[in-house]
Write a protein that binds this ligand. Structure first.
Ligand SMILES: Cc1cc2nc3c(=O)[nH]c(=O)nc-3n(C[C@H](O)[C@H](O)[C@H](O)COP(=O)(O)OP(=O)(O)OC[C@H]3O[C@@H](n4cnc5c(N)ncnc54)[C@H](O)[C@@H]3O)c2cc1C
Length: 527
C-alpha cells in the first residue's frame, strides 16, 4: 500500500491530535472556503486544524454549477474586480490541478437584440480581462455554425451564436484535494465534528475566543480544541457560529437557493456546453453543462429561509429549468421524467439590505468580532485560494498579537494533491491507461480515475492489482468502481454510504436508484 499517499490521514488519529494539542488556527467548516484557508495557513507555517460538522463539501461546495469561471455575468453588474480575480484564479488552477480543472467551451445562442449588444461588449471585455491570463478569445458564429455545435438548437429567431471558454471541475473532489493539500502541509483535519460552542479565555463570553467545543457525530462524545485564533468558514451557517460568540449579533449572510437538474447525456447531445437566457421575464442565465455521463442544467436564484442542511429542488424550480431548455431545444420536449436527479445549493451571500439576491456582489467579506472570532462569507468556488490568502493577510496583526509570525502565502506555487510537475498530465494519462489495460480495466474508467484522482489513480490501480474484484463498477453504465470506496475509506475519511455516492464518487447525480442498490456493497467495503 506504499503507493497510497497520506491523504487526509485517519480520522481516529486526527481526533486524538485535535483533543490533545494546541493549535495556532482552528478553521470551522470543511467546504471550499475552509479547506482553502487551512491549506494557506498550514503552508505559511501555522499549526492548523479544521473541523467539519458532517462530511467535507456536504454544504454548498458539492452543489454548485461546477465551473471555475471568470463570471461573465458579473461584468454586466460592473463587478470588474471579481471577474479579473476569477480569471486569474482560473488560469492558476489550470496549472496547479490540470487533471481536475478542465477547459470547456460554451456556446451562447442569441435570440434577443438587447442580449446581443450586451454580449458583444461583455465578451470583448471578458477577453480583455482574461487575455492577460492565456485564455482563448471568443468567436462570433453564424446560425449554421452555431447549430452544428448543438444539433436540435432552436434556429427560428436565432440571430447568431458566440463561443467562449471557461473551465469546469468536480466541486466536491476539488474540496477533497485542497483538504489533502492542507494535510500535506501539516494541517490536521476531521469530518463529522460539529462545533457546538466556542471557548473564551474567561467566562462569561466577553473575553478572547481560544478554541471550540466539538461534538463527534458518530459517538456523540464532546471535547475541546484549543486554538489561538478561530476562523468561522461555515457558509450559510456563518451567523449561527457567530452567535456562539455574540448572541445578539445581526445576520451577515443571506442565503439564496440555486437549483440544478441532471439529465442523461444522450437526451440532448451537443459538442460543447451552453449558456442561454431563460425565456422567463427574468432573462436569467442558464448553464447547460455536459458532466461525466449526464448534463447538469441550472440554475435558479431565490431567497431562502428554510432548513440550511436540506434545501430542496421544488417542482416549480424544476419546471422553470425544463421550460428554459425546451425553448432552446424544442424537439427534446423534456419532461420531469427525464430528470435523473436534481439538487439545490445555498449561496452564502453577504446581507446587503434590500438588494435582490441576483444583484448582490459575489465578493467575499471578512468580519473580526471584538473577541477575535474571524468570519468569512461570500465568494465563489473559483476564488477560494485568493479568499484564503486575503484572510490570512488580513488577520496577520491578530496572529502577531498572539505571538505567531505567519510567512507569506505560498499556495500560488503549490500543486494540488493529485498533480506534480514531475509528470505531465498526458504522460500520467498514458501511464494509467497502459496499466489499466494490463488489469483489463476499460479505458473510460481509467480516464475517469485520472480526471478525479490525478496521480492517485495509480494507488487505486494498485488496490485492483491486489484484489481484482475491486475493478467492478458500483453501478452499471457509470465509471465509478469498488476500489474507489476502499481508497476513500483509507485516504479520504469516508465513513458513510452518502459520503461515497454523493461526494467521493458522484453516482447520486446520475443514478440515485443505482446508488441505493449499491448501498450494501458500499457498506461492506467501508467496513
Ligand atoms: C447553485 C449554486 C451554483 C454555484 N456555482 C458556482 C460555480 O459554478 N462556480 C463558482 O465558482 N462558484 C459557484 N457557486 C458558489 C460556490 O459554490 C460557493 O461560494 C462555495 O461553495 C461556498 O463554500 P463555503 O465553504 O463558503 O460554504 P459550504 O460549502 O457550505 O461550507 C461550509 C461548511 O461548514 C460546515 N459547518 C457549518 N456549521 C458548522 C459547525 N458548527 N461545525 C463544523 N462545521 C460546520 C458545513 O457543514 C459546510 O460543509 C455556486 C453556488 C450555488 C448555490
Amino acid at each position: 500500500m506504499n503507493k497510497i499517499a497520506v491523504g487526509l490521514g485517519t480520522r481516529q488519529h486526527a481526533l486524538q491530535q485535535l483533543a490533545n494539542e494546541q493549535f495556532d488556527l482552528l478553521v470551522i467548516g470543511g467546504g471550499i472556503t475552509g479547506v482553502g484557508i487551512a491549506q494557506d495557513a498550514a503552508a505559511r507555517g501555522l499549526k492548523t486544524a479544521l473541523v467539519e460538522q458532517r462530511d467535507f463539501a456536504i454544504g454548498t461546495s458539492s452543489r454548485s454549477s461546477k465551473l471555475i469561471h471568470g463570471g461573465l455575468r458579473y461584468l454586466a453588474q460592473g463587478d470588474f474586480r471579481v471577474t479579473y480575480e476569477s480569471c486569474a484564479e482560473r488560469a492558476l488552477l489550470q496549472e496547479l490541478a490540470p487533471h481536475l480543472v478542465k477547459p470547456t467551451s460554451f456556446l451562447i445562442p442569441v435570440y434577443r437584440w438587447g442580449y446581443h449588444l450586451q454580449l458583444a461588449i461583455g465578451l470583448w471585455l471578458y477577453d480583455v480581462v482574461s487575455r492577460l491570463k492565456n485564455s482563448v478569445p471568443h468567436q462570433r458564429l453564424d446560425i449554421a455554425t452555431a447549430a452544428s455545435y448543438a444539433p436540435g438548437l432552436q434556429t427560428a429567431g436565432l440571430h447568431c451564436g458566440y463561443l467562449y471558454h471557461d473551465c469546469q471541475t468536480s466541486d466536491a473532489r476539488l474540496v477533497l484535494e485542497v483538504a489533502k493539500s492542507a494535510v500535506a502541509q501539516g494541517a490536521v483535519v476531521a469530518n463529522y465534528l460539529e462545533v457546538v460552542n466556542l471557548l473564551h479565555q474567561q467566562a462569561p463570553n466577553n473575553s478572547p475566543v481560544c478554541g471550540a467545543l466539538v461534538r463527534d457525530f458518530h459517538s456523540q462524545a464532546e471535547f475541546a480544541i484549543q486554538a489561538k485564533v478561530v476562523v468561522n468558514a461555515t457558509g450559510v451557517w456563518l451567523d449561527k457560529v457567530r452567535q456562539f460568540d455574540e448572541p445578539q449579533t445581526a445576520a451577515k449572510v443571506r442565503p439564496a437557493k440555486g437549483v440544478h437538474i441532471v439529465i442523461a447525456a444522450d437526451r440532448i447531445p451537443t459538442k460543447c456546453a451552453l449558456l442561454f437566457e431563460s425565456s422567463a421575464n427574468d432573462h436569467r442565465s442558464v448553464f447547460f453543462i455536459p458532466w461525466y455521463e449526464g448534463i447538469v442544467i441550472g440554475t435558479t436564484d431565490t431567497e431562502y429561509q428554510g432548513d440550511l442542511a436540506n434545501p430542496q429542488a421544488e417542482d416549480h424550480d424544476i419546471a422553470y429549468i425544463l421550460h428554459a431548455v425546451n425553448q432552446v431545444f424544442p424537439q427534446a420536449q423534456l419532461t420531469p421524467q427525464d430528470v435523473k436527479s436534481s439538487y439545490a445549493g445555498l449561496r452564502p451571500l453577504i446581507n446587503e439590505g434590500n438588494k435582490s439576491t441576483k444583484d448582490i456582489s459575489r465578493e467575499h467579506k471578512i468580519f473580526i468580532s471584538p473577541h477575535g472570532l474571524v468570519s468569512i462569507a461570500g465568494g465563489k468556488l473559483t476564488t477560494y485560494r485568493r479568499m484564503a490568502q486575503n484572510l490570512l493577510d488580513e488577520i496577520t496583526p491578530l496572529l502577531r498579537q498572539k505571538g505567531i509570525n505567519p510567512g507569506a502565502s505560498r499556495t500560488d506555487q503549490l500543486y494540488l494533491s493529485g498533480f506534480s510537475t514531475e509528470l505531465a498530465l498526458t504522460t500520467l494519462e498514458n501511464s494509467v491507461l497502459t496499466q489499466a489495460k494490463e488489469l483489463n480495466l476499460p479505458a473510460p474508467i481509467a480516464q475517469h480515475l485520472v480526471a478525479d484522482y490525478g496521480t492517485q489513480a495509480v494507488a487505486i490501480l494498485e488496490l485492483i492489482r491486489q484484489n481484482p474484484r475491486l475493478a467492478t463498477p458500483l453501478v452499471s453504465d457509470l465509471p465509478f468502481i469498488q476500489a474507489e470506496v476502499v481508497y476513500s475509506a483509507m485516504v479520504e475519511q469516508a465513513t458513510t454510504i452518502d459520503d461515497i455516492v454523493s461526494r467521493r464518487t458522484r453516482i447520486n447525480f446520475f443514478d440515485p436508484v443505482g446508488g441505493e442498490k449499491a448501498a450494501a456493497v458500499i457498506k461492506a467495503l467501508l467496513e
